[in-house]
Design a binder for this molecule. Sequence first.
Ligand code: SF4
Ligand code: SF4
Ligand code: FES
Length: 546
Amino acid sequence: MPLIKLNDKEIEVENGARLLQVALDEGFDIPHYCYHPSLSIAGNCRMCCVEVEGMPGLQISCNVTINELPEERKVDGSYDMVVNSESEEVKDARSRVLELLLLNHPLDCPVCDQAGECYLQDYSYLHGNAHSRFKEEKRVNPKKRLGDEIWIYPNRCVLCSRCIRFCDEIVGDPQLIVRNRGYSSIIDVRDGQPIDNKLSGNTADICPVGSLVSNDFLHKTRVWNLKEHDTVCMDCSVGCNVEIGVSNNEIQRIKPRYNKDVNDYWMCDDGRLGYHAAEKVERLQSPLLKGENGFDPISWTEAFEVIRENVISKEGFNASEFALIGSPYCTNEENYLLRKIVESMSVPASNIGLYPAEMEGDPIIFKSGFRISPDKTPNRTGAIDMLRVDNTMTPGDLSNGRVSIIYMLQGGLYDVMNESMLEILNNADFVIVQSTYLSDAAKLADLVLPGTMHYEKSGTMTNDRRRVQKINQAVVPPVGTREDWKVILEFANSIGCEGIEFENVDEITTEIASSIPGYEGCSTEAVGSAGINLDFEEEENKKVLA
Ligand code: SF4
Ligand code: SF4
Ligand code: FES
């Protein structure tokens, strides 16, 4: 392996490693605009310059690769490269580059959405001159809407071309271009067509200054008022890693979080803006009992009394008449608790189900390999593993009238009940639906229990490539609701299930790791913030965990 010396620190690196990335990984703050680890090298901003012994002038470190040298060419007999990123010459060059980049930059940091996370702001503070020698009129171009989700403030642009390379290399649709030449260069859409690809929001994320900004986040709040929460997108079965910015218990924005095994640095606009769907439904804030004139709100204590009376007290409990339906929107832990009820009450395996997938067209695969799944449920795979049921609920035994009591988890925002499922609910004597709003299924229920929405809960989910990932609560659920896992636990207790006792979600995760085949080792700590892949092999069309 090549050995380099960077500012007196010896570092062993992979053959072919990029000098700038090595320096950044080692904690050296070399300023850079145009470099992005997932894009090709443009080398146009010149900010990342360093001195490399034996090379003429200054080198842009983003474009320097490190290779092992033959013994006779090693510097000082030991090093494959010796680099200085802090010499006076380097510092001087950086401040001159910065002065050039700032020639036309407006002093609008106070109203710029990027303020607080802007490379230009940070580098000016760390590496720039305290004043500008530019006395001429600044170049002024008006802001412009480039697409539904993206605005450009051209005066802030440093022409790093990240946004252009993103559209070319990641999306595979070169929708952005540099218009005009030299001093008049400006980023614009091609042929006047708006940037409408499903990954467009990422251009604002990777713009190192406040030139491309998100329409959704425009002037919403200052970034330093946000509390960021690491979690996973819930809008399809890919499970992109995301960071949710929250203030005043409201989601203000969702941005992708790097995970090389799932979504790299990206997310789609459906996931990014998906949180607005939750704002459109009227949340349930107390259990509802169906009476002669519709639903009446009741207390949680009353709700569990009603459950006790109807599930076990009326004519004694008959396990074969009782069915449970899990949810691909709920966590592994919530679905696992349903499984525990089945085992504790000896409910026949045929009486446990999962409602059908909500499929939308075909998968969308972009040039880089980033994909959007047609399955809009985030945890179908995990729910199947926990409940040990086939992919979809089939009416089977349930539709012939044998089953009279149903407990169903919803958890999602969309009704995906097909006709036969609605018929099953219609035919049962007593139906309990746990849902966040009065969905079609909830309307058919006798008792509705208010549940928690995605981003209001914690636990784990398993994506469609069998990666177990941790989700974390970002916002506190409305008053009157209870976390879904606690409601299921209380449900279990109210019907006399034995041996189902947990103090918190992590305890359930731990039990899953010791009892569900294939999930060995999936403790909360092991899953961590990046998740872990399960090994599995296909066998006779059934997914078998290895
Ligand atoms: S708009 Fe932003 S990402 Fe695009 S070239 Fe300008 S500074 Fe770079
Ligand atoms: S691809 Fe799926 S998981 Fe990823 S951001 Fe889009 S909707 Fe969310
Ligand atoms: S980051 Fe190296 S030249 Fe721009």
